[in-house]
Design a protein around this ligand. Structure first.
Ligand SMILES: Nc1nc2c(ncn2[C@@H]2O[C@H](COP(=O)(O)OP(=O)(O)OP(=O)(O)O)[C@@H](O)[C@H]2O)c(=O)[nH]1
Ligand SMILES: [Mg+2]
Length: 201
């Protein structure tokens, strides 16, 4: 069994948040607290060390007492750039990624993905949900991976491709379908933020 101490939780807060007007999404208020607080509260019960991946407001993110790591390049190359920063910095055998803008993330995320990773001997396991037509919908920024994938990811990114699902095709992957789709609700716009605040009251 993969112990929680063997997993570093990486909270992805390194995006541009253009649909939110370009402000730093992890720091906007959700139910009276910075949005990232929710992710920290839910993740800290599930993993050993926590790291925050951010490219702005490093001092503000540092107040939580966790390591804050920036992307290698300052060009906002997408979530995979955050994965790479996390893989380089992690000192545990596994890395769990979760975005800063999904405040209701599953409290059994790490455990469910870890069981699947061991069962299938995958290098990376990502979460999925069911869409309305019953198909599976990948939630690829929620994933558990082996920490030895930094070289694979760096080589992939050096070819100029930034798409998460394209990198996944180079790996042994598996997925876990979570029943509760609402746990993956993500806030991209001010409207989504207010709707989720009201729904989660
Ligand atoms: N490290 C890093 N993370 C990113 C980058 N772009 C997006 N992310 C993260 O990936 C996750 C999903 O991205 P989005 O929800 O699209 O967030 P975003 O890119 O900031 O928002 P938009 O600009 O509105 O698309 C979020 O947790 C982002 O913080 C990036 O360039 N670097
Ligand atoms: Mg984006």
């Amino acid at each position: 069994m993969i112990k929680k101490e063997a997993i570093t939780g990486l909270i992805l807060a390194g995006g541009r948040a253009q649909r939110m007007g370009g402000i730093d999404k992890g720091l906007i208020s959700f139910q009276g607290k910075p949005l990232i607080d929710c992710a920290i509260t839910r993740l800290k019960e599930q993993v050993g060390p926590i790291m925050i991946n951010a490219n702005r407001n490093i001092t503000k993110y540092s107040v939580y007492g966790y390591a804050v790591i920036a992307d290698e390049t300052p060009d906002f190359a997408g979530p995979l750039a955050g994965f790479l920063a996390g893989l380089k910095a992690a000192q545990t055998p596994y890395l769990l990624t979760s975005p800063c803008d999904s405040p209701l993330l599953p409290i059994d995320l790490a455990q469910m993905l870890a069981v699947e990773l061991e069962k299938t001997n995958a290098q990376l396991v990502y979460a999925s949900t069911k869409s309305a037509n019953g198909r599976h919908w990948a939630q690829p920024v929620f994933c558990l991976m082996r920490s030895d994938l930094a070289d694979s990811l760096r080589t992939f990114l050096s070819k100029g491709d930034l798409k998460i699902d394209h990198w996944f095709t180079e790996l042994r992957t598996s997925t876990v379908v979570f029943e509760n789709e609402d746990a993956f609700a993500n806030v991209n716009t001010p409207e989504e933020l207010h709707a989720l605040e009201n729904a989660a009251k």
